[in-house]
Design a protein around this ligand. Structure first.
Ligand code: HMG
Ligand code: MG
Length: 308
């Protein structure tokens, strides 16, 4: 077993901000369109190179993001930043193209029950729908990202076999996605499990095409990121303030907080290009709009310092 000093850290990491989508989709408080736009504009000034701004899903399923088109059309587009949005089907893609997002993010689960609860289809019935979306998005000149949820466990079925993860991941890569984000949807993974799963996946998939998406429900997200980096992963999804959770995964809570991840990477000397104070300011902004303390540790350290 390797000691911490013998682990391999990358020189740089890409942090993908998913707060405006994953963060807000599960919030009871409706953040106004104007505030969402102001917040995303603020995030664009933090040095983040990829921001998932909203979802073009059925607004009856996700009312918090009913204003997807207004948000996508209202934000300032900073050259060099990829503005991405979740797209579940052709109707979603048409809306996303009309709002001119840069990237379509398609998503499905490695477990049948979560896939059904989340997108109302079996895994088998989801493939042809996403294949069409990916092809059309690519022909429209957009990049396409894929998500596999419940990689490390399902809220309905429990353990998920790595073979199922491979099957769904291969299908998504065959469709033409450029990057695959592996989701610990309910924040159940532990570092040993992450090593075991990545050990298998990295025999089939290029580490440079994989991202890890950890929710921090049980406090293991940073430890999971650490072992993922050691295994060659250099892209991680996170959410300002630690906002987030899947409404169709009972008990799911926020993504790892962007500023907690940034603190760890910065102090380890790993480059991200993200500015910590600007990120904290964006976290304070959304905390204020949500109206309660968010899970982010660094955000709370900042506020208790200020309060003495
Ligand atoms: P459905 O009900 O099966 O859809 O939902 P349908 O095709 O049968 O159509 C039914 C109605 O939905 C119709 O309207 C359609 O027009 C409408 P009606 O005639 O009843 O008025 N509809 C749409 N409206 C707007 N935009 C659309 C759209 N599609 C259909 N794109 C559907 C299927 C996939 C749409 C639905 O299940 C849905 O919206 N699900 C989204 C759930 C969701 O957003 N979950 C959270 C995101 S995933 C996540 O958080 C995990 C992740 O973070 C990674 C991780 O953590 O693991 C990514
Ligand atoms: Mg998520």
């Amino acid at each position: 077993m390797l000691g911490v000093g013998e682990m391999n850290w990358p020189a740089s990491v890409t942090i993908k901000e998913v707060g405006p989508r994953d963060g807000l989709q599960n919030e009871k408080v409706f953040v106004s369109t104007e505030d969402k736009i102001a917040w995303i504009n603020q995030l664009s000034g933090t040095g983040m190179k990829s921001i998932e701004i909203t979802s073009f899903v059925n607004p009856k399923w996700i009312p918090a993001l009913v204003d997807a088109a207004e948000v996508a059309k209202g934000i300032e587009r900073v050259p060099g930043i990829v503005y991405s949005a979740l797209v579940p089907n052709r109707q979603g893609l048409e809306r996303a193209l009309e709002a001119d997002v840069d990237e379509a993010a398609v998503f499905m689960s490695a477990s049948e029950t979560h896939n059904h609860k989340n997108i109302n289809k079996s895994i088998g019935a989801t493939f042809p729908i996403l294949r069409e979306v990916v092809q059309e998005a690519l022909s429209a000149g957009k990049s396409v990202r894929g998500y596999v949820s419940t990689v490390f466990g399902c809220p309905y079925e429990g353990p998920v076999s790595v073979d199922e993860v491979i099957r769904v991941s291969e299908a998504l890569f065959d469709m033409g996605i450029g990057e695959l984000s592996l989701g610990d949807t309910i924040g159940i993974a532990n570092p040993k499990q992450v090593q075991d799963v990545l050990d298998i996946l990295l025999k089939r998939f290029d580490a440079r095409k994989l991202a890890l998406h950890f929710h921090d429900t049980r406090g293991t997200a940073l430890a999971n990121i650490l072992v993922s980096m050691d295994m060659g992963i250099t892209t991680f999804d996170s959410s300002v303030g630690g906002l987030g959770g899947c409404p169709y995964a009972p008990g799911a809570s926020g993504n790892v907080a962007s500023e907690d991840l940034l603190y760890m990477l910065d102090t380890m000397g790993i480059q991200t290009g993200v500015h910590p104070e600007k990120l904290l300011a964006a976290a304070r902004f959304i905390q204020d709009k949500i109206g309660r303390a968010l899970p982010s540790r660094n955000l709370q350290v900042g506020s208790s310092d200020e309060n003495g």
